[in-house]
Design a protein around this ligand. Structure first.
Ligand SMILES: [Cu+2]
Length: 241
């Protein structure tokens, strides 16, 4: 090992320790979400208005793939996908630097991917067009300047960001079935439920918090939790019809 390699190794070792410390001290919240009502039916989206879209979603064997509506996906066991779980109150005046890691909003098969995501204020988000058809990305922001631009070509990319906390709806002006949501937060404690309707907030400093759970159709519920150092707390959010 030459001196340079040794110095780098030492440097990264120091960095690893510095990052690991708050993780060890932090607590976590495992959240599950439930919808306490009749399971909504998903409808098949009709994309016939644009022939490219109508034929762009295919199964592995090349046959046409049906795409279901996404505004209310409740699993058989009542758990809910695409819920943003976040710290609503309890962080005091703490300020958090925006992550440089880019969030991504892809337009593929004339759908937004992901349908719901959460970012931090001023975090860059790359908007991509993976389709060989025109999309127009229109944000319906109310607490900040909205964006509205076209991406006519496959491979088009543009970076955007959000300056204020808000749940921002995004729609395509060309394809009315396309919608996405971006939850914007002034801190890093936010996460979206996955296929099983659960998620985990990690590295939370010990403290008392009000947590929120937001869903585009079912609205917002909240609850209070107290987290001790290193503690893993389990919470369940229930949306009422
Ligand atoms: Cu579109």
């Amino acid at each position: 090992m030459n001196n340079r390699a040794f110095a780098i190794k030492l440097g990264s070792l120091t960095l690893a320790i510095a990052i690991a410390q708050p993780v060890l001290a932090g607590g976590s919240v495992k959240a599950t979400t439930k919808y306490d009502g009749e399971r909504p039916r998903r409808t098949v989206l009709k994309m016939d208005a644009d022939q490219y879209c109508a034929t762009s979603n295919k199964k592995k064997d090349g046959s046409p793939k049906k795409v279901g509506s996404q505004e209310a996906i409740v699993n058989k066991d009542g758990t809910v996908r695409n819920v943003i779980v976040f710290v609503k109150d309890g962080l005091g005046d703490a300020k958090f630097e925006a992550p440089t890691e880019k969030a991504e909003l892809d337009q593929k098969g004339c759908m937004y991917h992901p349908h719901v995501q959460s970012v931090q204020t001023k975090q860059p988000m790359l908007v991509k067009n993976s389709d060989a058809t025109l999309h127009n990305i229109h944000s319906f922001a109310e607490k900040q300047k909205a964006f509205n631009f076209a991406q006519p070509k496959q491979g088009d990319e543009k970076e955007v960001s959000f300056s204020r906390p808000e749940f921002v709806k995004i729609k395509c002006d060309v394809h009315p079935w396309m919608s996405a949501y971006v939850g914007v937060f002034p801190h890093p404690y936010h996460v979206v439920t996955g296929k099983k309707g659960d998620c985990e907030l990690s590295d939370l400093p010990a403290g008392e918090y009000t947590l929120g759970a937001w869903h585009e159709t079912f609205g917002e519920v909240e609850q209070k939790v107290t987290i001790a150092d290193g503690e893993a707390v389990e919470v369940e959010f229930v949306f009422k019809p």
